[in-house]
Ligand binder design. Structure first.
Ligand code: FMN
Length: 280
């Protein structure tokens, strides 16, 4: 089994795909994961559908709105959710799990929150009246430059385009930076949050570690005036993705803990509290 940290390092936003169908076995394995409904950390279960290009008339695919952004994708993962408390966060969590499963299988993906036409995808995915379709993702083999692909496999992807630790992770309060050495066994999970994808690469996650309480408080530093697309905040999806990377990593390391929301979490100016992970 590939370690989750390797999978996280291998993932990158792929916008150009090889024009060939997926291997049947791979598609079957991925479809099983997509069609097994699983709730997120706060009990909301998004609905996922795989859309194959050839199921739609040619003209319809031209209207997908991904033209110029995504090249040659034959398969799309669409995810729908009913509005509810923490539903957007659970959406990010559950969909990122599928993105990482695709990555584990050697496939490439890209989160798309802006550059797709809701009407065409909604129709193809059988979107219901009470559902939202916040993002879709192409899934396929990268047509990227072999050297780039190799760079990615070696684990350099992303990290050179990410905020450094002192801007993301803190100890005890919102102004004392947390050094990786001080994070002990949790350093890997935090580094994996740092490598997470986020809309426009804004990296809105801020985390405060309390070594005495052995907990991590996750906050959202919302970009002012940032798009609230299709009734959904893309940055709340980003938070769900961050929780996913943290959660999968601590689980893989065998560190026990649980998630909850704490009404008494410290209020921090310009940050919004999302959730707490508490070691057991
Ligand atoms: C919620 C969300 C929405 C996104 N929407 C788009 C999009 O509409 N178009 C696009 O080209 N990339 C989109 N991205 C990809 C980000 O730009 C990308 O994750 C970020 O720049 C980091 O690069 P990386 O994924 O290669 O590590 C989105 C990512 C997320 C998490």
């Amino acid at each position: 089994m590939t370690p989750v940290s390797d999978i996280i390092r291998r993932r990158f936003s792929c916008r150009s795909y090889e024009n060939k169908p997926l291997d049947d076995d791979l598609l079957r394995t991925f479809r099983q994961a997509v069609e097994a409904p699983e709730p997120g950390l706060f009990g909301n279960a998004p609905r996922f559908v795989l859309l194959e290009m050839n199921e739609l008339p040619r003209e319809a695919w031209k209207k997908l709105g991904t033209y110029g952004v995504i090249k040659n994708a034959r398969l799309y993962l669409a995810g729908m959710i009913r509005p509810a408390p923490m539903a957007t966060c659970d959406y990010g969590y559950c969909k990122e799990k599928l993105i990482l499963e695709a990555t584990r299988l050697g496939l490439n993906t890209c989160w798309l929150g802006g550059t797709f036409a809701i009407s065409a995808f909604g129709r193809a995915a059988g979107m219901r009246r009470d559902e939202l379709l916040p993002t879709v993702s192409p899934v396929g083999y990268t047509a990227g430059h072999p050297r780039l692909a190799e760079r990615i496999l070696r684990g350099f992807a992303g990290s050179d385009h990410r905020l450094p630790w002192p801007e993301l992770f803190f100890r005890g309060n919102a102004s004392t930076p947390l050094a990786p050495e001080e994070a002990g066994p949790y350093a890997e999970a935090l580094e994996n949050v740092r490598l997470a994808p986020s809309a426009s690469n804004k990296q809105p996650w801020r985390i405060i570690y309390d070594p005495n309480q052995k907990n991590f408080l996750f906050y959202l530093s919302r970009a002012i005036g940032y798009k609230h697309l299709r009734d959904v905040s893309l940055q709340e999806i980003d938070m769900g993705i961050a929780l996913c990377h943290y959660d999968l990593t601590v689980k893989a390391l065998g560190i026990a803990g649980s998630w909850h929301q704490d009404d008494a979490a410290p209020k921090i100016k310009s940050w919004e509290y999302t959730a707490t992970w508490q070691a057991i």
